[in-house]
Design a protein around this ligand. Sequence first.
Ligand code: XIL
Length: 372
Amino acid sequence: MTNPGLFSRRAVLKLGGLAATALLVRPFGFVQAAEPGVAEKASGLGRVARSKGVFFGAAVQHRLLREEAAYADALRAECNILVAEGATKWKALRPSPDRWDFSGTDEILRFAERNGMAMRGHTLVWHASLPVWAKDAIATGPKAAHGLLEAHIEKLVSRYKGRILSWDVVNEAVLPKDLRLDGLRESPWLQALGPEYIETAFRLAAQADPKAQLVLNDFSMQVDPIKAKMVLDLLRRLKEKDVPVHAVGLQAHLHTRQSFRSLASFCKGVRELGLELLITELDVWERDPPQEIAARDQLVADKVKAFFDVVLPILRPQQILTWGLTDKYTWLANRESNEENPLEREARSLPLDERYGRKPMWTALHAVLSAM
Ligand code: XIL
């Protein structure tokens, strides 16, 4: 493995020890959990991940931690790392120029720490999820934009220093269809600060928490060779300038009809750059699913297996996170763009079904982690 220092096997096992303690001190809560049963829980995905020195986890909606015991139990059973689905984004954290709202992130972090899990931070810089006031301020020019970027990263990353293992520093920075030679997206940040906003963000994050793993996160590199190359070229430029970038996050919002034509070459590129690969937002969007549930779920599982069949011979992702854990709460449900086939609206995109039962996708992930 490249760059093993940050999250050595020992560090993961240590977290695992904490988790084991947490299990022992609260046996009752566990026994009373809705489903699955205790014996099943003992073999959750997080535990398998831990035994392999890697992380498995999911994106979390903090409100549900309080509101639904089965939700919290399922996370405890399956995860050794968490990330906030929305709570660490600008829109949630920065309601107005002079107010910060850390409550959602704090709540998830407390839950993670109490249960011996690690946490990822998502995301410091992104074109989306910016409150209107911030978009307006960025658009006033480089001075204001730089000031905002600096204050945001300094305050947020130092607040969680040593507690958030891994930060998505820049999210979705590359977009071939914006037709720039450097592949970069015409984001408000780029428009105000030029392409340097990316390295500035990484350097600020490294200053605020020198031990955090710093990640460039993006989507579709498994299917889009042009984008895959643009992301690798960007990473190469950053490394040449000694920018502290440690890993690349492949979101992996897969589609059932996708063939992963650029996945192998992308993984090889990441390996050649000496970077870690993280799978940060895995789920499977069904295109025209069959009527029968068992057949649907099998197609989703097969996609996940096919994806890792390409990745694993090339490198071993140090973290695998699904974007949600249960079909009950997935951003892919009821999407406007899913309208052609009503079945797509009840997305079955995640490892657990809406009653927290394990699906074939769970079994596929279990096999993937076991083989790592
Ligand atoms: C999504 C959330 O899941 C939604 O609830 C929200 O409305 C929009 O953002 N790529 C990312 C994630 O990096 O932050 C996105 O999350 C999904 C796509």
